[in-house]
Every structure is written in structure tokens, then in C-alpha cells.
Ligand binder design. Structure first.
Ligand SMILES: [Zn+2]
Length: 325
């Protein structure tokens, strides 16, 4: 009898170990980075997108003001919303564009913090794996770029999601995009959606922010991304994500009250802007702010409140959002 009892206990223990291991594997599928934060202090970061032009189109001017605002706020890190290197990403890990568009541009002391980047559609024109390669971190220790990943920063979790493979029209231009590591596309997307859902659902963070290159909602030149409205928005909604940040449209904008309690923020003014094309009639009742020009945003979070500010190329605050938990 005692022998049977021992076997039962052993089998039960094995089962518990297996379930724990399975759970750990499921939860750990997206790469996770832990960002150090100040004890009980606010978490502060800047977000900029669509920037890498070797300083041209006011990239350097935006960088200068990012440095000043970054110092004033004492930022913890910087988020890049993608289209990091124009016009065709990087050619390889030794591409000089990395130094000329990143290291030599964002030189302010306050910006010598970790940068968390994702790929944009222009990055997919080049050697995507070069931007993801740890060798770049050896060239500039600030650089962190993965396709989809989580940055855990105290009471904040930021979920970076690789939105370019969602966009169907890009797959018609087979030779323009580097789909290495993405095909077959359906499998890539279904795995990503599954892992993204699991990560959001199991996150214990007070604030969950999602960052993607493409907008879910936008009145800019490019507008809404229908694939994200269909596939991503329901997940953001189900997991009560309060803030989605994107680039792609070369502007600054804030859209809300679209039927879901999500603030949609575009920060795509890192260099070339002034497209002079917008579609204000599409979301005229939901548009809180739109600036067809260069700039960036700051996000400052405490456990109970969020303060978000949009700045132009002169560092002038143009629009502020205050949210409460
Ligand atoms: Zn883009």
C-alpha cells in the first residue's frame, strides 16, 4: 500500500513539474528584457519614430530637443516606433548608417539610455536580421531590437509587436521586402498572435502599453491599418490596454473615444514630415490632436497616473494627455 502511495505521489509531482514547465514555456515565448527603474519613482521615456536619415530632414534638430527634454525629465529609456534606417534598413551589421543615423545623432547625455526599437516597413527592405543582431549592441550598447518582445520596467510592461508582416499589400511586392524568418506568413502571424495574447493576459503590470510601427487608427497620410483593426484591436480591448503607440505616419497625433477605451498615439516625426495629406473627416469626432510635422513624445508614469506630452522640433509642448488609473 505504502509503495502504491509513493508511486502516486511521484507521478503527481511529475505532473506538477510538467504543467509548470509548460506554463513557463508558454509565458516565455516573447523575448523579455528587464529595464531597471527607480524605487517607487516615476517611469519616464521618450518615443520617436521614422528617423534614420543621417541627420537630414531635421533628424538632428529633433535629436537635440529630445536630449534637452530627456535631461529635464530624467528619462529611463527611449522607444523607437520603427522605420529606424531609411530608406532601405541596414545592409548588414557593419553598415555605417547605424553610426551615422543613430550613434552620431542621438549624442545627448540624457539619451545614453537603453533604446528599445522595433522594425518598420522600411527596415524590412534591408537586412532585417542585421538590426536584430546582438553585434549591433557591441557597436552601440544602447541598441535593443527584436521583432516582438516585452520590456518589463517595474509596474510597466511594454509589448512591442512586429506589425509589418500583418500588412497584406506588402506581400505583393515580394522582391522589395526581406521576408526571411517570416514565411510561411500565416504560421508566423498565428504564432505571434497566440504569444502576444498569452503575454498580455499573464502580465501583472499596472500599466500595459503596446508599441507597433503601424497605426491602428490614424488620420495621417497612411491612415488606419485594416489588418490591425481586425486582428490586433480586439486583443488590446480584451486585455484593457490603455495606450497604443505607433509611427509610420510622419506626424504626431492623438485619437481616442473610438468605441474602445484606448488612447492611440502616433509618434512618427523623427525626421522627414510635412506630408500635407490627412484624412480628418474619417475620425473628426475622435481626433484630439494632429500635427503634420516633426517631433516626439514623452511618457511619464506613476502607478496611478500617466502624463504624455507631444513636442515639436523646437521642443515646444503642443498637446498633453493626463490619464488616471
Ligand atoms: Zn513605415
Amino acid at each position: 500500500m505504502a509503495e502504491k502511495y509513493r508511486i502516486c505521489i511521484t507521478l503527481l509531482s511529475l505532473l506538477v513539474v510538467c504543467v509548470c514547465l509548460m506554463k513557463a514555456t508558454v509565458e516565455a515565448r516573447l523575448t523579455q528584457i528587464v529595464q531597471r527603474t527607480r524605487f517607487n519613482g516615476p517611469i519616464t521615456f521618450l518615443a520617436v519614430g521614422d528617423w534614420g536619415r543621417k541627420g537630414a530632414f531635421n533628424q538632428s534638430a529633433v535629436a537635440l530637443k529630445m536630449g534637452e527634454i530627456g535631461a529635464k525629465l530624467g528619462i529611463d529609456f527611449v522607444v523607437s516606433t520603427g522605420d529606424n534606417f531609411y530608406k532601405h534598413g541596414l545592409t548588414g551589421v557593419n553598415d555605417s548608417a547605424f553610426t551615422e543615423s543613430f550613434t552620431k545623432i542621438y549624442t545627448a547625455r540624457s539619451l545614453q539610455r537603453p533604446w528599445y526599437a522595433i522594425l518598420g516597413n522600411h527596415d524590412y527592405h534591408g537586412n532585417t536580421e542585421a538590426q536584430l543582431n546582438p553585434a549591433l549592441k557591441r557597436r552601440d550598447r544602447r541598441w535593443n531590437c527584436h521583432r516582438s518582445y516585452i520590456v518589463r520596467a517595474g509596474f510597466l510592461d511594454i509589448f512591442f509587436i512586429d506589425t509589418t508582416p500583418f500588412v497584406t499589400k506588402y506581400f505583393a511586392k515580394v522582391n522589395k521586402f526581406n521576408w526571411k524568418g517570416i514565411l510561411p506568413r500565416n504560421r508566423y502571424l498565428s504564432n505571434l498572435i497566440r504569444d502576444f495574447k498569452t503575454s498580455l493576459r499573464t502580465s501583472k503590470a499596472t500599466w500595459k502599453i503596446v508599441v507597433g510601427h503601424h497605426p491602428v487608427r490614424s488620420i495621417g497620410a497612411r491612415g488606419d491599418t485594416s489588418e490591425l483593426l481586425q486582428l490586433l484591436l480586439p486583443i488590446l480591448q480584451a486585455n484593457k490596454v490603455p495606450i497604443y503607440i505607433n509611427g509610420h505616419d510622419h506626424c504626431l497625433e492623438h485619437i481616442n473615444n473610438t468605441g474602445v477605451p484606448i488612447e492611440f498615439l502616433t509618434s512618427g516625426g523623427g525626421s522627414r514630415a510635412w506630408s500635407n495629406v490627412s484624412h480628418r473627416e474619417r475620425l473628426k469626432n475622435n481626433l484630439k490632436f494632429y500635427y503634420d510635422g516633426q517631433g516626439f513624445i514623452s511618457v511619464q508614469l506613476t502607478r496611478r497616473a500617466a502624463n504624455i506630452v507631444f513636442y515639436d522640433v523646437y521642443g515646444k509642448p503642443l498637446h498633453t494627455i493626463n490619464l488616471k488609473k
